[in-house]
Design a protein around this ligand. Structure first.
Ligand SMILES: Nc1ncnc2c1ncn2[C@@H]1O[C@H](COP(=O)(O)OP(=O)(O)OP(=O)(O)O)[C@@H](O)[C@H]1O
Ligand SMILES: [Mg+2]
Length: 244
């Protein structure tokens, strides 16, 4: 696929008023100049609190999504609590313009489906009969289309491993149809998407990392190879701390 829908974002550093305040105080933002997206799939990974949701949200708002999440058609009345980051971003678009899209905020998926149900449009009212994971996968299967822009914050949170594989399959299908994904994740399954760009947010800022060099891969692999050994070591450490 030549070019993407979004090419990169840039932090207009001169527009930042206070580097000591959230969100500019987060190292991933403090050290942000330009972030290049893969034309197909880009993952944002990093510890809890490293700034993934903050960044994902700002990218989504800057791309034209509602801060509350959902497709671009939704204008939610719920009060968003977005940061000011999007006001200091410049976004560079590729040659292709998206024909559809979705911004998934894990914590506001419920609001989105509630609103959709109110208007009862496009069969969205089907969502409330479903579990969180079922609802999200239903949306991905039925409301994600070719040439779409999909910005997803931890989509794995509601999904079983089997459903995460189903999501990977759906992503593959949509990427073949010209869609682009920007996804924050902790899931070693999702981030295995072949050829994806994985961006690690940490104390030093944002850097690209190979799948097998991620902590997610290394820790999961070590754990699954010998769960008993790893747990024994962990609990022994706790016992000896408690005995001190
Ligand atoms: N509205 C806010 N006001 C002040 N600080 C905030 C606000 N929202 C988040 N933060 C702080 O900014 C940092 C980054 O938060 P963010 O939610 O972006 O992290 P994350 O990488 O998405 O974490 P997780 O993996 O737990 O979802 C955290 O230290 C958090 O406490
Ligand atoms: Mg988050």
């Amino acid at each position: 696929m030549i070019g993407g829908i979004l090419r990169h974002i840039e932090l207009i550093r001169d527009d930042v008023q206070n580097w000591k305040e959230y969100p500019f105080s987060i190292p991933a933002v403090t050290n942000l100049y330009r972030l290049e997206f893969h034309p197909e799939v880009t993952f944002l990974v990093g510890e809890n609190g490293s700034g993934k949701s903050t960044l994902v949200e700002a990218i989504a708002i800057k791309s034209g999504f509602n801060a509350e999440g959902g497709s671009k058609n939704f204008t939610s009345s719920h009060r968003p609590s977005e940061s000011r980051l999007h006001e200091c971003l410049r976004i560079a678009r590729g040659a292709r313009r998206e024909k559809s899209g979705f911004f998934l905020r894990a914590e506001t998926m419920f609001n989105v489906s509630t609103e959709a149900e109110q208007y009862s449009v496009y069969g969205w009212d089907a969502l409330h009969d479903k579990s969180h994971g079922e609802a999200f996968l239903w949306v991905a299967m039925n409301r994600f289309h070719s040439n779409g822009l999909y910005i997803l914050d931890e989509p794995e949170s509601a999904l079983s491993p089997q459903r995460q594989l189903a999501l990977l399959g759906r992503m593959y299908q949509l990427v073949r149809g010209g869609s682009q994904f920007i996804v924050s994740t902790h899931s070693p399954i999702l981030m295995a998407y072949p050829g994806a760009r994985i961006l690690l947010l940490d104390r030093d800022g944002i850097s690209e990392i190979h799948y097998k060099d991620t902590e997610h891969y290394a820790v999961t692999r070590a754990f699954l190879q010998d769960p008993e050994r790893m747990l024994k070591k962990l609990f022994n450490e706790i016992d000896s701390e408690d005995d001190k």
